[in-house]
Design a protein around this ligand. Sequence first.
Ligand code: KG4
Ligand code: ZN
Length: 380
Amino acid sequence: MRVLGIETSCDETAVALVETNPWSTDILAQVVSSQIELHRPYGGVVPEMATREHLRNLPLLVPQVLKDINLGLDAIDAIAATEGPGLASSLLIGHSYARALAVALSKPMVGVNHLEGHLYSPFFANRRAVEFPFVGLIASGGHTLLVHALGWDRYIKLGSTVDDAAGEAFDKVAKLLGLPYPGGPEIERVAVKGNPEAFGLPRSFPERDNLNFSFSGLKTAVRFFYEKSAPMRTDPVWTYDLCASFQKAVVDVLVRKSIQAVSQARVEQLAVSGGVLCNKMLRDELEFACYEAGIDLIVAEPAFCTDNAGMIAGTAAEKLAAGIQPRCGNDINPNLDLFAPEPHGDMARGLSAAIKLKDRQTKQLPQKGDVLAPDEIEVW
Ligand code: KG4
Ligand code: ZN
């Protein structure tokens, strides 16, 4: 089964084509058009500009992905698009484009939760089968979340941020220090030259049983150091040390809480994703901590940690192959929740998934020219 995926939840226009095989989902082709340079002068994403770019990019990127893999539109079995959470105007472009394409091709359209895409992206990126149960860490510009994934659509929230997301904290501290947007890669670039032990910055919720995050105290501590140290600011080493100490504080908390979550959930796998996972110190420290604790760490290469369409198409393809009816509606939802109450009951969904997973190889999807019943072409 081949699924075309479209991701436009924020400032990246991304398109990918994936194919399911008996054990995993392979990403056949993908393109990401980043708008970072466009938004950089404004220090953050300007929604109207992002919308205009998505509108311009999509009609170019969809043919490009198909051309890259030498396939035509008739090779697509289903179309997936991010339904939320994200910027309403950005989501609307990708979602409407996907719906229109689905209707034109008489193919099913699947709305995908962006966070669910992140949750599974490490599996697709490593060509691994999605295996439950596992703990997922999502650390991006909008979210910091620890999820216990028991099965498709069966998620338990273990912890989340009570204020800023980890990526947001990187972005805000970078702005304070006069570094460009997005702040994460900039702080990392500066931090490699500094001493991570130079400043004693606070770590939030040190209690072992609390898996929530808070980064606003850390951000305030950095501001305090910055404002009290006017004479030192001209010394580049001072900035290197402050960035290194800040980065270490974020990394410490993310690593410690993730390991704690895995032990609390009594699972063996930790799958991590989101833009902050591009950070080398975080990746290295997670690898070390997981090695020590005997945890199977599944981490994607950086291109799959940031927003991409492979994760959207992959999630849709895996769910379709497992016979799961996507739980999203037929419209965008900028506040889409990963933990909304299960409409048909957890157990029923889990069991039906297990049964249907067995015949994913033989599952017949509508072929070109087939006359589809109205419910088969309904936008889910
Ligand atoms: O997942 P993502 O691309 O978009 C969202 O869904 O938010 O994450 C973007 C976030 C930004 O806040 C950015 O500063 C952060 O990820 N980020 C990093 C690094 N690269 C990107 N944070 C720390 N270190 C990095 N190398
Ligand atoms: Zn994201």
